[in-house]
Design a protein around this ligand. Structure first.
Ligand SMILES: [Cu+2]
Length: 119
C-alpha cells in the first residue's frame, strides 16, 4: 500500500477516519459535477431567456416569423448563424425591419425559438 502513492486530492480524506465510502463518494461527486456540466451545454433549459444581437434578414409577419443573422449565443453554445425565429407578439414586428440591427431576447419552446423582446 505504501508504494502506491495515490496522493490525489480525494484520497487525502483517508487520514481523517476510516471512511472507505466517503472518499469514494467525494470523488464520484466531483465527477458527477463535471459530467453534468458538460452535458448541460447542449441541454435545453426551460424558461431560460437567451440574448443576442442580430441583423434582420427577412420578415414573415403573416406566419409570425423572422429570419435573423444572429451573433454568438453563449447560453445555447451557438456560433453566429442565420436562422428563423418565431415572434411572440405581433407588435414586435414594429421594431423589426429588414437590414436593421437589433438586440433580441428569445426563449426555446419545443424545437422553436421565440423572440420575446426586440430592442
Ligand atoms: Cu441560431
Amino acid at each position: 500500500m505504501k508504494g502506491m502513492d495515490m496522493k490525489q486530492g480525494c484520497m487525502d480524506m483517508k487520514d481523517m477516519k476510516d471512511i472507505k465510502g466517503m472518499d469514494m463518494s467525494a470523488c464520484k461527486d466531483m465527477m458527477k459535477e463535471k459530467t453534468s456540466d458538460s452535458k448541460a451545454q447542449g441541454t435545453p433549459q426551460k424558461g431560460v431567456v437567451h440574448k443576442t444581437s442580430a441583423v434582420v434578414k427577412a420578415l414573415d409577419q403573416a406566419n409570425g416569423k423572422v429570419t435573423l443573422a444572429h451573433d454568438q449565443v453563449k447560453t445555447l453554445n451557438w456560433p453566429p448563424m442565420t436562422m428563423s425565429f418565431g415572434v411572440k407578439d405581433k407588435s414586435l414586428f414594429d421594431k423589426l425591419a429588414v437590414g436593421k440591427k437589433v438586440d433580441v431576447e428569445f426563449t426555446q419552446q419545443g424545437s422553436n425559438y421565440i423572440i420575446s423582446s426586440v430592442k
